[in-house]
Design a protein around this ligand. Sequence first.
Ligand code: SAM
Length: 302
Amino acid sequence: MSRARGLAPAAGGGGAGWIGAAEEIGAAQVREAARRIGNPREARWMAEAASRAPDPTRTLAAMVERRLNGEPLQYILGSWGFRRLELAVDRRVLIPRPETEQLVDAALEMLDRTGRPEATVVDLGTGSGAIAVSIASERPRTRVWATDLSDHALEVARSNDPTGAIRFLAGDWWEALPEGLRGDVDLVVSNPPYVAASEAEALDPEVRDWEPAMALIAGDTGTEAIETVVGGARSWLRPGGGLVVETAPHQAPGMAALASRLGYVDVEVRTDLAGRDRMLLARSAAACRPRLQGATARLSWR
Ligand SMILES: C[S@@+](CC[C@H](N)C(=O)[O-])C[C@H]1O[C@@H](n2cnc3c(N)ncnc32)[C@H](O)[C@@H]1O
């Protein structure tokens, strides 16, 4: 099933800090936490996070109870590693996944190929801001716009952008963007929801019962949001602009065929580290050039 979670510690998690945590809390309590949750590594990460709280022992005990209640470790820790970042995460947002780190690799590769350091990038469905903040920090001259339908998710995303460099916008997919951006975007990147409603029950309970349904479920087919992103990008990208979209493995070939039918060029499916089809890459052809309808004014940045 898609949206399986891989474990990646928050930056610094599980490292030397754990020794200090054990001193703070007491090695016996950390061992007891490990025994109760059946996972020494997770217990060490929790102890390290708890050691920064005013009452570490009580905080660790509360964390253990939350974990035993099925809550994902990432929400309990309150932050999670993503590429070079340590992102705040809680129940308002999807926990960023390792395969999305690869999506950012593909996005940066495409961005670099444009040869435009000040390229305009749009991240649709930004959630925690994982993709947008990574691109903004790894390519600091880019102009990044990030959207989400969820105001709650946008609060988290904003908190993950300490420089305030990213423009966060609320709204339904393309409707969130200012009209003046149409035809001026160098790169559209998105990890939209892609689980079909009928597949929701089969999700890992830790995903299904804790992560926002809006971040997971797309609709009856599961491809509704991807189709909206792929279909809409044609009129927002500049000619030759890039599109990078995460999909479930079984959706990738169909979505690539859709992109070809819509006139994109250089359509490609890439795999994740496990060898599963996971990313759709494409470029807008000159033929996809948007018809600007009274929206030719270029937006000034800032
Ligand atoms: C799979 S999550 C991806 C979050 C983040 N980009 C990541 O990769 O970790 C999908 C995101 O799309 C947002 N979303 C769902 N429906 C949307 C819509 N109609 N318009 C804009 N965003 C939407 C969700 O709130 C969620 O944050």
